[in-house]
Design a protein around this ligand. Structure first.
Ligand SMILES: *[C@@H]1O[C@H](CO)[C@@H](O)[C@H](O)[C@H]1NC(C)=O
Ligand SMILES: *[C@@H]1O[C@H](CO)[C@@H](O)[C@H](O)[C@H]1NC(C)=O
Ligand SMILES: *[C@@H]1O[C@H](CO)[C@@H](O)[C@H](O)[C@H]1NC(C)=O
Ligand SMILES: *[C@@H]1O[C@H](CO)[C@@H](O)[C@H](O)[C@H]1NC(C)=O
Ligand SMILES: *[C@@H]1O[C@H](CO)[C@@H](O)[C@H](O)[C@H]1NC(C)=O
Ligand SMILES: *[C@@H]1O[C@H](CO)[C@@H](O)[C@H](O)[C@H]1NC(C)=O
Length: 419
């Protein structure tokens, strides 16, 4: 009987695949066989042994697959980060935390200003990096250093936006809500789940394949270099940007006190002499620094950085989400697709739209053109000229062009990640 080299190769490949699958299954099983209180002690040992054995036989195959991915959503306030966060929160294998750095800022800077002053953000940064490192390592106790009042017996009811994290509202952390209730309002979780047991939260984190954290409290991607290069982590940064003119319009509606003078400018047509422009200037500076860093493709960011424009996500949420998951090397599960469908339809009255930013998404992404006055737009265009060009946001030269929605100000650009 003839036996071609192709058949031999095929057989060899198949057997590797089977061995690999078997070992993966075995690994996963042993993980679950351990009872919860002991799991912390028993599973890593077995995992490491098995993974090492397989790695010796098939180095390229295992090393990549078996690693946890640490996802950081680097965003700014009102740039669509809640929506992007949900794209990870809804994933079965991802442990998601919504803005844990809030606690660092709150503990270190008493006067919590919306979005944070520039010096404030720098102070938060060093402590924030340490916290991120610990959280990616599923050490949730580390957060206790910053939560006020300090948690007792590793429990707290003061975790910021706990309800925004699916894992913290579902078993084993919270038994009060079944899988069916998980698409609930945040308040429901707070009401029904009671005090958060950080020991259980830590276990839940370890049970998940990946960890994702959203923050608006890291100014630019270079600030993350120490974490990106940390060999104990496998950090991937998704930087979410949005047209600063859109950010300003959205913040003026949401933070009515802080942005009061901007609304006075819009209403009266006269720029208040004491207008505080520092926050929007900071957005543009941070973007410029980050994007310049990213476009230079430094070695340390290779395969670790993806720039996502909110407007592209709004225009085609499914496609963009697929690209994001493909960059991460994680497969997208069907709950993500369903969630996107549920939350991006304009006319779907059957669901409550909490994440209104993407409701009727393509249409609302450029709605700021109807709400900001031309003077304000011109001011931002002058302030942010360079970064607008870099990100592919067109400027307008007249009030007519500003209000004429029949053409878009978002240029086609592909900011592909580099590997
Ligand atoms: C795994 O990663 C290594 C480098 O870290 C790479 O050379 C190899 O091709 C990867 N293997 C797979 C199957 O992706
Ligand atoms: C913390 O645990 C100890 C020992 O179980 C207990 O005596 C104490 O009352 C607990 N404290 C609080 C605030 O629950
Ligand atoms: C938190 O959960 C752990 C693990 O189940 C348990 O041992 C501990 O008693 C719980 N803590 C409190 C205060 O209930
Ligand atoms: C989508 O909406 C339907 C109808 O309200 C709901 O039953 C379902 O759980 C939602 N799915 C997701 C993934 O949010
Ligand atoms: C509303 O969402 C549900 C669940 O995704 C979907 O089945 C239904 O077709 C949608 N309705 C409309 C009018 O888009
Ligand atoms: C709006 O823009 C379109 C496309 O550039 C142009 O054809 C049209 O005349 C403009 N309308 C007004 C009112 O300026």
């Amino acid at each position: 009987m003839q036996c071609s080299w192709k058949a031999v190769l095929l057989l060899a490949l198949a057997s590797i695949a089977i061995q690999y699958t078997a070992i993966r299954t075995f690994t996963a099983k042993t993980f679950w066989l351990c009872s919860i209180p002991n799991r912390l002690n028993c599973s890593p040992v077995l995992d490491v042994e098995l993974v090492d054995r397989v790695r010796d036989e098939n180095p390229s195959l295992v090393s990549n697959v078996s690693r946890k991915t640490h996802i950081l959503i680097l965003a700014t306030t009102r740039s669509g980060s809640s929506f992007v966060g949900q794209l990870f929160n809804q994933h079965f294998d991802i442990f998601y935390l919504f803005e844990p750095l809030y606690h660092v800022q709150y503990a270190l800077i008493r006067k919590a200003s919306q979005g944070g002053g520039i010096t404030d953000r720098r102070i938060v940064l060093g402590a924030g990096r340490d916290l991120l490192r610990s959280l990616y390592d599923c050490d949730l106790y580390f957060l206790e250093n910053y939560i006020k009042p300090q948690p007792v017996n590793h429990t707290t009811d003061k975790l910021f936006r706990r309800g925004a994290s699916k894992a913290l509202c579902s078993p084993p952390v919270c038994e009060a809500l079944g899988p069916v209730d998980i698409h609930m309002e945040e308040g429901n979780c707070i009401k029904k789940c009671g005090t958060l047991n950080l020991t259980l939260a830590t276990e839940s984190c370890k049970d998940h394949e990946h960890v994702a954290i959203k923050t608006v409290r890291v100014p630019e991607v270079s600030d993350l270099r120490a974490l990106v290069e940390d060999p104990r982590l496998n950090l991937k940064v998704i930087q979410l940007v949005r047209d600063p003119r859109g950010i300003l319009a959205s913040r003026s509606e949401t933070f009515r006190d802080t942005y009061r003078l901007w609304r006075i400018w819009r209403a009266t047509g006269r720029k208040p002499y004491n207008l505080d422009t520092s926050q929007i200037v900071a957005v543009c500076e941070d973007y410029l620094n980050s994007v310049s860093t990213g476009l230079n493709r430094p070695l340390w960011l290779k395969g670790k950085y993806m720039l996502v424009r909110y407007e592209d996500l709004a225009r085609n949420p499914m496609k963009k989400t697929e690209e994001i998951y493909s960059f991460l090397g994680i497969s997208m599960d069907s709950s993500i697709e369903r969630w996107i469908e549920n939350n991006t339809r304009a006319d779907n009255t059957s669901v409550k739209h909490k994440y209104g930013t993407l409701r009727n998404s393509a249409a609302t992404a450029e709605n700021w053109r109807l709400t900001l006055s031309y003077d304000i737009v011109e001011f931002i265009q002058n302030t942010c000229q360079e970064v607008l060009a870099q990100l592919g946001y067109k400027t307008v030269n007249s009030p007519q062009d500003l209000k004429n929605l029949s053409f878009t100000l978002v240029e086609e650009r592909s900011f592909s990640p580099f590997f």
